[in-house]
Design a protein around this ligand. Structure first.
Ligand code: PLP
Length: 460
C-alpha cells in the first residue's frame, strides 16, 4: 500500500458526529445518485489521477510539493458536508471562528497579538493584498524585491499598476544589501519585499539590514515568507537564517502559505498586517451580505469574497493536532527536512561528479553535474533529471545564475551566465531517512548519463 488509508477508519465516526448536531431537523435525505454510479465515476477519477508524479512518496524530491497531513484531508472533507463560505458569518460561523483562531496562532509565531490577518487562496493572493495595502499606505511609491523574489511580485505590481524594481542578488541568492542601500538612498521607494526563503534556493534576504535601512529611509517592509515562514519555529537553522527570523515580527506585513509547509491542501495562503488599521482599506458597504451578526465578517477584511471554510477547518484541526510551537512535533518535522537537505548537500559536495552551490539555508538543495563547461553541465542536468525519473527519483530542474556556483566551478568553462541545474526540495519529514536511497538513485542516474556523455566525447 503506497497511499495512506488508515486515517479513513476514523472518518465515518466524525461524519456521524457532525450529523448528530443536526438531529432536530425534520427528516430529509439529500438527493444523490446511487452508490454504483458514484463508484463508477470515482473509479474513473482514480484512473485519471495516476497521471501525476507521486508527490506523496519520499522519492518525489523535486518541486515544493508536500502532501497535506491526513488530519487536514479529513477535516477538509468533513467540512464539505456543510461547504461553509468564510466570506461572511452568514455563510460559515464555525469555520470563520476557526479561521480567526488558526490565523492568531500563526501570527503568534511572530510575536503578534494585535494584528489584522486572514486566509486566502495562496501566496499570490496573499502577496497581492500585502502590496495593495502597501500602495494605499504610500501611494505612487515603488515596490522593490530581489531578482530571486517570486515572479508574482513584479506581475502583481503590474496588475495593481505599481512601479516595480528588481534588486540584484549576491552569490548566495540573497538581496544585495549594498545595491538596496544605494537604491533606497535615491528615494521614491514605498515598499521593500524581503523574501524569507526564495522559491528556487530557499535563501533569505538580509532582514536585519533591511530593517536598519527602513529606520533611515522610512519605507515599508513586506516579508514574503510564503515558503519559509514556518522555519521561524526551527531550532537547527544556520546563523544567517536564525538572525533573519528573529526579526521577522518587525516587518509591516507577512505572507505565509499553510499550503506549502503547513501541511494543508492547496487553496490556503495567509496574509498578516502588523497594524490592524490596514483594515480601513478593505471597507465596503455591501447591501446584501452581512446581516447575521455585527461581529467581524472575514469578507470585510479580505479582497476575495467566497472562500472555502473547509480550508479553515483543515488548518484549525491540523494546528490542534500539531501546535505551532518551538520544540514541538511540527517544528521537529521541519527540522528533519532541513537535516535531510544538509545530509544530501554533504554527499553531493564530497563527490567529484557534482558541483554544488552554497549550503542550503532551509531545505532546498541545488546542484549540477561537473562538466567541461556550464553549457555542457546544463544539458547533462536535463539528462540526469530524465534518467533519475526512470528510476522513480523525481527531481526538479532550474535555471539559475552561474554566480551561485562561482566558488566551486574549478576548471569548468563559464560560457553562460546561467546554469540549468538540478533542484531538490526535501520538505517531507520522511526525506531524512530516505537520503541514502535518494543518493543511490541519483548516483546511478548520474553514472549512466556521465558514462554515455564520456563515450560520446571520446567518439568525437
Ligand atoms: C516565496 C514565494 N512567494 C510567493 C509564492 C506564490 O505562492 P502561490 O503559488 O501559493 O500562489 C511562492 C510559490 O512558490 C513562493 O515560493
Amino acid at each position: 500500500m503506497q497511499i495512506e488509508q488508515n486515517s479513513l477508519d476514523v472518518f465515518l465516526e466524525a461524519v456521524k458526529k457532525l450529523d448528530a448536531g443536526f438531529a432536530d431537523l425534520p427528516a430529509f435525505t439529500s438527493q444523490a445518485p446511487g452508490a454504483e454510479r458514484i463508484a463508477a465515476a470515482l473509479s474513473e477519477t482514480a484512473e485519471r489521477l495516476h497521471d501525476n508524479y507521486p508527490y506523496f512518496h519520499p522519492l518525489y524530491a523535486g518541486q515544493m510539493l508536500k502532501p497535506p497531513h491526513p488530519v487536514a484531508r479529513l477535516a477538509y472533507a468533513l467540512a464539505m458536508w456543510i461547504n461553509p463560505n468564510n466570506h461572511a458569518l452568514d455563510g460559515g460561523r464555525a469555520t470563520s471562528a476557526m479561521e480567526k483562531e488558526a490565523v492568531a496562532e500563526i501570527a503568534a509565531m511572530y510575536g503578534w497579538k494585535e494584528f489584522l490577518g486572514h486566509l486566502c487562496g495562496g501566496g499570490t493572493m496573499a502577496n497581492l493584498e500585502a502590496l495593495w495595502v502597501a500602495s494605499q499606505v504610500s501611494p505612487g511609491k515603488k515596490i522593490l524585491a530581489s531578482s530571486q523574489a517570486h515572479y508574482t511580485h513584479s506581475r502583481i505590481s503590474a496588475v495593481l499598476k505599481l512601479e516595480f524594481e528588481s534588486v540584484p542578488c549576491d552569490a548566495c541568492g540573497r538581496m544585495d544589501i549594498n545595491a538596496l542601500s544605494s537604491r533606497v538612498a535615491r528615494g521614491d521607494v514605498g515598499t521593500v519585499v524581503a523574501t524569507m526563503g526564495t522559491t528556487a534556493t530557499g535563501s533569505l534576504d538580509p532582514l536585519p539590514e533591511i530593517l536598519a535601512l527602513r529606520e533611515k529611509y522610512g519605507f515599508r517592509v513586506h516579508a514574503d515568507a510564503a515558503y519559509g515562514g514556518y522555519f521561524a519555529l526551527a531550532e537547527n537553522l544556520g546563523d544567517w537564517a536564525a538572525r533573519a527570523f528573529a526579526r521577522i515580527g518587525e516587518a509591516d506585513s507577512i505572507v505565509i502559505d499553510p499550503h506549502k509547509h503547513g501541511l494543508q491542501p492547496y487553496g490556503c495562503g495567509c496574509v498578516l498586517f502588523r497594524d490592524p488599521a490596514a483594515g480601513q482599506f478593505y471597507k465596503h458597504d455591501s447591501p446584501y451580505t452581512y446581516f447575521s451578526s455585527a461581529e467581524l465578517h472575514l469578507g470585510e477584511i479580505s479582497l476575495e469574497c467566497s472562500r472555502p471554510g473547509a480550508a479553515a477547518a483543515a488548518l484549525w484541526t491540523t494546528q490542534r493536532l500539531l501546535p505551532l510551537s518551538r520544540g514541538g512535533e511540527f517544528a521537529r518535522e521541519l527540522e528533519s527536512g532541513r537535516n535531510a537537505s544538509l545530509a544530501f548537500f554533504e554527499r553531493l559536495g564530497s563527490d567529484d561528479r557534482f558541483v554544488t552551490a552554497f549550503a542550503p539555508e532551509l531545505d532546498i538543495v541545488i546542484f549540477a553535474p561537473r562538466a567541461m563547461s556550464v553549457s555542457e553541465a546544463s544539458s547533462l542536468s536535463r539528462k540526469i533529471f530524465d534518467a533519475a525519473a526512470k528510476r522513480n527519483l523525481h527531481l526538479a530542474v532550474a535555471e539559475l545564475p552561474v554566480d551561485f556556483w562561482a566558488a566551486n566551478l574549478g576548471e569548468m568553462q563559464r560560457d553562460k551566465e546561467t546554469m540549468t541545474c538540478l533542484r531538490s526540495v526535501l520538505m517531507k519529514p520522511e526525506h531524512l531517512e530516505w537520503v541514502p536511497r535518494i543518493w543511490e538513485e541519483l548516483s546511478g542516474a548520474a553514472s549512466e548519463v556521465l558514462a554515455s556523455a564520456g563515450a560520446a566525447r571520446t567518439a568525437r
